[in-house]
Write a protein that binds this ligand. Sequence first.
Ligand SMILES: Cc1cc2nc3c(=O)[nH]c(=O)nc-3n(C[C@H](O)[C@H](O)[C@H](O)COP(=O)(O)OP(=O)(O)OC[C@H]3O[C@@H](n4cnc5c(N)ncnc54)[C@H](O)[C@@H]3O)c2cc1C
Length: 463
Amino acid sequence: MLDDAALASLAHIVGTDNLLTDPDALDRYTGDALAPSRAFGAEDAFQRLADAVARPGSTAEVSQILAWANRRRIPVIPYGGGTGVMGAVVPAHGGLVLDVKRMNRILSVDPAGLTVQAEAGAVLADLESALAQYGLMIGHDPYSVPIATVAGTISTNGVGYRACAHGPMGEQVVGLEAVLPNGQIIQTRDIPKYSSGPNLNHLFIGSEGVFGVITRATLRVFRIPESRQFASVGFDCFEDGFNAASELLALGIRPALLDLTEEDNDVTLHLLFEGFAEGVAAQAQRAAAVCHAAGGCSLGTEPTQEYWAARRDSAHSYQTAALGQPRQVRWNRWNRRRGFDYLHLALPASRVLEYRRRAGEILESEGIAVVEYAIWSRPELFSMLITPESGHPAEARRRLARNVDRVLKLAQDMGGAMEYCHGVGVKLNHLLARELGPAHNTIRQLKQTLDPNNIMNPGKLAL
Ligand SMILES: Cc1cc2nc3c(=O)[nH]c(=O)nc-3n(C[C@H](O)[C@H](O)[C@H](O)COP(=O)(O)OP(=O)(O)OC[C@H]3O[C@@H](n4cnc5c(N)ncnc54)[C@H](O)[C@@H]3O)c2cc1C
């Protein structure tokens, strides 16, 4: 609990209008898109409400807040769009939620250097609109563009629809400004490559706010492509589509979008080529030949055009039905169901097909259906949408949880990682040390050095 004196200090920093303590606001700011019923064993983390929410308007205010919280050992949970799906903003130890969305300015656009500098809380859709005036776009295009923020997507190192050509969010980062747990402000240089020491951007990329608060970022941007060509290719089986996708990348073909999906025994490879006209035409032509040789059959362009047009629908419906709603509204959406999970695993490409078979056998033997198999942006990034086929909801969810762990561990044992885009949050905490081995101790040592009082998002990354 924060006492009156503590709240007065915070109000002095951010102003009374930007310090929220009413139970309604605390409820709305507690947690993200993960409900306890989908957290499989991490339900205890959901017991606490945040004690207060501060909405800083500048880097200087963030710095003052962290210095203050560090002296008092008060947990600080950075909060962007609140769209994470792993519970990474759950205030597992109570404390202060730090909503950075007031810090949403687009500070500069450099069309020659192809970069943009924006504050941490800028929503990707707003960044997209601002860049469009310059004929530019960002390279990260997740479903959640309308609601996710710059710093939130950096901190989860998310993957989006253009990741085949442009990589995940972490690869968009050129430079960062961040506030360390003691309040010190640091900056990395706004240049894409240097060799004068390690690049500290990587301290923050995918770190879920445990090492400090990102306050601004300089990101790579791209020309809005002069040419665009969609292609949809059907395959008799996932393996043929997988081999075609691997061959495309091995040849050096880089579609913006590459998504191989198997649903109800229908296997479709969605491709989108973007760039200068001759390059697009050449890549599309060669890709068609590669897919044909691998057993693919052209389905025209319509399925992929429709899929592309609908890519942000889930974010719009989340925005309407859940975002900023009280916890019960967000959580009740899952209550009556037997549950599902959407696993996004990274594996060595050479083991993806073997993994698919072995994980599929485990799930089938436990009465859990795989509704969708996919690879997204590169052969190593493999996903499965799974749901129990039968059973009472409570029993089915327990069975699902047990078997999610089994198939995540299988991925780890086959040299892979249990998640490729959503982070660890509270949901996967229990498996992180298993995956990282002694490297988890290295992360712990870094944490102890930078944040000896463990104020930054405690309980995340199993720290
Ligand atoms: C409908 C829907 C669709 C989605 N589609 C995708 C998708 O296609 N691809 C994908 O990768 N993910 C997707 N997600 C997940 C989610 O959008 C991502 O995890 C996103 O990257 C989180 O951004 P956010 O701004 O909402 O961050 P939040 O959820 O607010 O926070 C995420 C993490 O970042 C930390 N953080 C936030 N701001 C800061 C800061 N300033 N400094 C330090 N740490 C900070 C938080 O503490 C937390 O650990 C989707 C989610 C929904 C609800």
